[in-house]
Design a protein around this ligand. Structure first.
Ligand code: NAD
Ligand code: UDX
Length: 469
């Protein structure tokens, strides 16, 4: 078959970023051939099936429109590299778990293997695009690897970090706040940058396509995530103070967020932030700061993660104290396990930490979630005897002593809590880790209600004094 595509784009890594990003590029640019490859054959098989490997609203339609037309998923990485003009690298860059920088630095082994493979399989000049989130200065290492070859292919390395959030990935990709492209400021660097601008300009307004030098681009990604997470840790820190002072964190957030300079978003107090990015990217930033001797700066950003850990711990201590200081043999039902609504992803979900803590207290857990049960089972396989999984939230809550809201799925606000209350052990408790329920109504039904950062509504005469580790 003769293919008449204007450009051939390859993406290495068919994960939460590579899959949706390439699907949207293919949908918006039918004149380009877009291929996504991965070392994981199961993942590729699912991208080629009716049940995609990730749940993301709107994604099925985008994939259905482009797959087989100009969007392809394959395990043939070498062929993909050979035939492409532009290669996005979107492999995972988790926190290192071993050796120097363990628990802090980014583990770059997957990324480096990719760079070497690109070098070995390329027979023509390529533009290499860093899509993964990487420590600043990684492009320099990439160039050194790519150029350490007898073959004299020209490689231009660009940084084009991804800002999509899970659960809204398709709309974030279709209407991004900005697209950031960093390059070397050489003639060939600027030309490559321009080639990538032209790809995005197929559907993104040019004034939203931001071009910078390559180091600013790499660093901006880490900083964006650090600022977002810092906003959440700030309101979560204040939620603890609200609980001591009878202030209401939602009212405080509203008052603060109406200041245009601060803005209302990312001020929802919660059981803590999760997801594969925030903690990893902040720790990466902290590691970089320490590496460059900026210890005060490192400590400042590390405190964002510390407050998040504190918030998760606080939630469990609160449950323990409010339920008469013992959870042994009590049945606790977790509503939600995903790290946020509208995704099945559970990476770094606060629900993982809270489940483990509750099981340490010898509670019996029932976990329900519309999309994340498969991942939850994998996350908690080492404590499987203590956990039951139930898709139906009514069945999950039946016979339990307490419900804890872990994920802000809309369906949890719409349930019949009268019916749920009737089926539970009394006194019945609700710990709303996302402040999404109608607390007054729940109290009127008979529940003892414990929101985040608001006075509890209980049918007891006095409130327990919560001691913390
Ligand atoms: P992911 O784990 O879902 O996907 C990464 C994929 O890369 C996996 O399927 C893995 O099998 C594949 N892979 C690893 N090594 C490979 C190799 N040598 N050759 C081919 N495939 C290989 O990760 P993700 O969530 O898509 O994140 C990818 C990158 O994007 C990370 O750097 C992350 O920080 C960044 N990012 C993620 C998000 C998000 O919301 N998940 C948002 C913005 C940026
Ligand atoms: C984040 C960034 O938003 C995105 O730009 C980047 O590309 C990847 O990392 P993501 O982790 O997918 O995206 O979701 P996000 O909406 O940022 O939520 C992260 C966590 O913070 C979730 O656990 C969420 O529930 C929590 N959160 C968010 C709060 O607790 N309160 C808020 O007000 C907002």
């Amino acid at each position: 078959m003769i293919e008449n595509f204007e450009k051939r784009i390859l993406c290495i890594g068919a994960g939460y970023v590579g899959g949706p990003t390439m699907a949207v590029i293919a949908q918006k640019c039918p004149q380009y051939k877009v291929t996504v490859v991965d070392i994981n054959p199961d993942r590729i098989a699912r991208w080629n099936s009716e049940k995609l490997p990730i749940y993301e609203p709107g994604l099925d339609d985008v994939v259905r429109e482009a797959r087989g037309r100009n969007l392809f998923f394959s395990t043939d990485i070498e062929e993909g590299i050979r035939e492409s003009d532009i290669i996005f690298v979107s492999v995972n860059t988790p926190t290192k778990t071993f050796g120097a920088g363990a628990g802090m630095a980014a583990d770059l082994q997957y990324w480096e293997k990719t760079a070497r493979q690109i070098r070995e399989c390329s027979g023509s000049p390529k533009i290499i695009v860093e899509k993964s989130t990487l420590p600043v200065k990684t492009a320099q290492a990439m160039k050194r690897i790519l150029l350490a070859s007898d073959k004299k292919n020209h490689f231009e390395v660009l940084s084009n970090p991804e800002f999509l959030a899970e659960g809204t990935a398709v709309q974030d990709l279709e209407k991004p706040d900005r697209v950031l492209i960093g390059s070397d400021e050489t003639v060939s660097g600027l030309k490559a940058r321009n080639d990538l601008v032209e790809v995005y300009a197929n559907w993104v307004d040019r004034d939203r396509i931001l071009t910078t030098n390559i180091w600013s681009s790499e660093l901006s990604k880490l900083v964006s995530n650090a600022f977002l997470a810092q906003k959440i840790s700030s309101i979560n820190a204040i939620s603890a103070l609200c609980e001591k002072t009878d202030a209401d964190v939602s009212e405080v957030a509203r008052a603060v967020g109406m200041d245009d300079r601060l803005g209302p978003r990312f001020l929802n107090a919660s059981v803590g932030f999760g997801g594969s990015c925030f903690k990893k990217d902040i720790l990466n930033l902290v590691y970089l700061c320490r590496y460059y001797g900026l210890f005060e700066v490192a400590d400042y950003w590390e405190s964002v993660v510390r407050i998040n850990d504190y918030q998760k711990n606080r939630f469990v201590f609160n449950m323990l104290a409010c339920m008469f200081n013992t959870l042994a043999t009590k049945k606790i039902c977790l509503f939600g396990f995903a790290f946020k609504a509208d995704t099945g992803d559970t990476r770094e979900s606060p629900a993982i930490f809270i489940s483990r803590k509750l099981v340490e207290e010898k509670a019996e857990l029932i976990i329900t979630d519309p999309e994340a049960l498969e991942n939850a089972k994998t996350d908690l396989q080492d404590i499987e005897g203590a956990v039951r999984y139930e898709l139906d939230p009514y069945a999950a809550a039946e016979g339990s002593d307490a419900i804890a809201i872990m994920t802000e799925w809309k369906l949890y606000s719409d349930l019949d809590y009268e019916r749920i209350y009737q089926s539970m052990v009394k006194p019945a408790f609700i710990f709303d880790g996302r402040n999404i329920l109608d607390h007054r109504r729940l109290f009127d039904i008979g529940f003892n209600v414990y929101p985040i950062g608001k006075p509890p509504l209980t049918h007891f005469d006095d409130q327990p004094e919560i001691c913390q580790e």
